[in-house]
Design a protein around this ligand. Sequence first.
Ligand SMILES: NC(=O)C1=CN([C@@H]2O[C@H](COP(=O)(O)OP(=O)(O)OC[C@H]3O[C@@H](n4cnc5c(N)ncnc54)[C@H](OP(=O)(O)O)[C@@H]3O)[C@@H](O)[C@H]2O)C=CC1
Ligand SMILES: N[C@@H](CC=O)C(=O)O
Length: 429
Amino acid sequence: MKPLKVALLGCGVVGTQVIRLMHDQAADLAARIGAPLELAGVAVRRLGRKRDVEIDPALFTTDAEALVTRDDVDIVIEVIGGIEPARTLIVSALSRGKSVVTANKALLAEDGATLHEAARKGNGDLYFEASVAGAIPLLRPLRESLAGDHVKRVLGIVNGTTNYILDKMDTTGASFTDALEEAQTLGYAEADPTADVEGFDAAAKAAILAGLAFHSRVTAADVHREGITEITATDVASAKAMGYVIKLLAICARSDDGRSFGVRVHPAMIPRTHPLAGVREAYNAVFVEAESAGQLMFYGKGAGGAPTASAVLGDLVAVARNRLAGTRGPEESTYADLSAHPMGDTVTRCHVALDVADKPGVLARVAELFAKHDVSIQTVRQEGHGDDAQLVIVTHRATDAALSATMEELRDLDIVRAVASVMRVEGDD
Ligand SMILES: NC(=O)C1=CN([C@@H]2O[C@H](COP(=O)(O)OP(=O)(O)OC[C@H]3O[C@@H](n4cnc5c(N)ncnc54)[C@H](OP(=O)(O)O)[C@@H]3O)[C@@H](O)[C@H]2O)C=CC1
Ligand SMILES: N[C@@H](CC=O)C(=O)O
């Protein structure tokens, strides 16, 4: 059988593992596909660099455009990352009828529409399982297995680097900086780790998940995003003392009337008894709630070369099979055409710590302000006294707009010395 030729764009953390798996599992892959795969070339930025995989040096090129437009190339795997030149290269390949497998969530969340349109016009496949939650099969279940159900909510931990950092801060007391350095060494972080710690990576993944779950076009601009850079060792320790753990969550939820959805990424306190609290290191876990299926949980390695390459190889086998059968996988589904509602409309709960004057009437004035904005208080307690007095308040559910307005006014209250911390609470109602 004639081999299917594969062009690989990028040979870094993920690309080297893709080459290793294609080599080590060549016979099995050929049997599963019905034809052997042959690596046609590997595009990189710098030639002569030591690579963590055995490969014929003649396969390397810095001319990625020439590689993807070669007539003999059937499938292109893009693991360069970023917007350009990845977008131009993928569109070039798709418009020539090649199939593309990519792990590039940043690009899919920025301009997935252009890629899907190029795939449709070129009659090729665009698969991207590795773009969300590393090794975990999550997009295919949403795209295919749950195509007959009505997904209401997708919630979880989708960034390995930030989970690694928060876990190390919680369990070993490591500093933010040390934990981030470890995550970079282990190959979890993006080329620019700001994408991880500021929540951009999780926001891109949330946009992809929301698009698939709600059959609508969702971009990173639709996602409310907050990162973890403001979280201090004190926040982590006080959450721990109260039986909570801080996690960076991605939450995509349909509105109650089903006419819109909210997509958000932010740190949240969750009870230590919640299943997401036990998600350690760079692992990811995602709950999908669908009308008929009920609650499903997906768990596994969310980052790293080999786990991500596993997802890439799964897509490679799928697109290779489709090519041999002369078919295509499912197209982008955007028929519902729902739009994202503003963060202010989202209903959440808040944990607030206020440095206050320790004198009569303080609690009453603080409570009055919450009531003014229709925010109901679930628990309140005072910690410390005198100059160290702090009121720790947990609210009932309220709109984010009401909670934000309350926090704004609290900052101006003469009896409040400082709003020491504000964090959303999830998973204990
Ligand atoms: N690392 C992970 O855990 C995961 C990563 N991803 C995604 O996978 C993709 C790749 O990530 P990762 O492997 O970590 O990234 P790396 O930074 O490790 O590798 C990027 C590779 O792309 C090459 N490259 C960069 N610019 C160009 C260019 N202009 N032309 C040709 N080649 C270029 C680099 O070449 P050179 O080596 O010469 O510098 C390098 O080999 C990203 O989209 C990332 O978001 C998805 C899930 C998990
Ligand atoms: N930087 C990402 C890699 C996988 O998508 C992460 O840490 O999750």
